[in-house]
Design a protein around this ligand. Structure first.
Ligand code: SAM
Length: 220
C-alpha cells in the first residue's frame, strides 16, 4: 500500500492553486515518502503556488529532511497573459508581471509547513550550477520547452543520489494528449536511454524513475 498524505494535507493540496490532479499528487507523495528514507533533501523545480510543494514538504517533515523548491515565480510560457493557463490573480498589480511567490507563501503558511521548506527564487539552471549536494528526489515541473525541460534535466538529474528518484511531470507519449508540448516526454526518454534510471511507476502524466544503485551520471 503506497504512503498517502494525511487528510489535512490532501485538503490543502486540493485547495491550493495549481494544475496537478489528485491521482498524480498521490503518486508524487508516495515517491517523496520512499525517497525521503535516504535522509537527503527532496527538490522540486517549478513551485508555482505551492500545490505540489505541500506534498514534498509533508513527506520531508515526516522523515526529518528538507524540501527545496525552485522557481523564478514569473510563470512559464503557457501561464503568461493571453495564454490558456494564465490566471490574472497571479499578476503583481504594481509591476504588471506574474508573481506567484505571495500565493506560494500563503499556501505553505496555511498548511503549517513553512519550516520544512527552503524556497529558492531564481532561474533553475543558475541555481543548479551552484548546487553540489546529493538529493533523494528531484521533481521536474518547470518550463515545458525543450530548452527549459532539457536544462532542468541536465542541471538536476546528476544530483539524484543512488537509489533516489527522478520524477517528471507532464510526460505525454502521444502528441494528441499533450497540452504544453512533448519536451518532458523527450526528457523522460533521455533519462531511460542514459541507462542511469529505470521506471518505477506511471500515473497520468507523472513518471517516477529510480537511479540504479551503481548508476551512471544521469546525463543522456
Ligand atoms: C507548471 S508550473 C509548476 C506547478 C507546480 N509544481 C504545481 O504542482 O502546482 C511551472 C513553474 O515553473 C516555473 N519556471 C518555468 N521555467 C523556469 C525556470 N527556468 N527556472 C525557474 N522556474 C521556472 C514557472 O514560473 C512556474 O511557476
Amino acid at each position: 500500500m503506497p504512503a498517502a498524505p494525511p487528510p489535512e494535507i490532501l485538503a490543502a493540496f486540493e485547495a491550493a492553486k495549481g494544475f496537478m490532479p489528485a491521482d498524480e499528487g498521490l503518486a508524487l507523495y508516495a515517491a517523496a515518502v520512499d525517497a525521503a528514507r535516504l535522509g537527503l533533501p527532496l527538490l522540486e523545480v517549478g513551485t508555482y503556488c505551492g500545490r505540489s510543494t505541500l506534498l514534498l514538504a509533508d513527506a520531508a517533515r515526516a522523515a526529518g529532511v528538507t524540501a527545496v523548491t525552485v522557481d523564478h515565480h514569473r510563470g512559464s510560457e503557457e501561464q503568461q497573459p493571453g495564454w490558456e493557463y494564465h490566471d490574472p490573480a497571479t499578476v503583481d498589480p504594481e509591476l504588471g508581471v506574474m508573481d506567484t511567490l505571495p500565493a506560494f507563501r500563503r499556501t505553505l503558511y496555511r498548511a503549517g509547513l513553512e519550516e520544512h521548506v527552503v524556497a529558492l527564487v531564481g532561474r533553475s539552471p543558475q541555481i543548479a550550477a551552484l548546487w553540489r549536494a546529493p538529493l533523494g528526489l528531484v521533481f521536474v515541473d518547470g518550463g515545458h520547452t525543450d530548452e527549459h525541460a532539457g536544462a532542468d534535466y541536465e542541471g538536476w538529474a546528476p544530483r539524484v543520489a543512488e537509489g533516489g528518484l527522478l520524477v517528471l511531470h507532464d510526460v505525454f507519449p502521444d502528441p494528441v494528449d499533450e497540452f504544453t508540448g512533448q519536451a518532458p516526454y523527450r526528457v523522460y526518454l533521455r533519462a531511460l536511454e542514459s541507462g542511469a534510471f529505470t521506471e518505477v511507476s506511471a500515473t497520468g502524466s507523472l513518471r517516477v524513475l529510480r537511479r540504479a544503485e551503481a548508476g551512471g551520471t544521469g546525463r543522456g
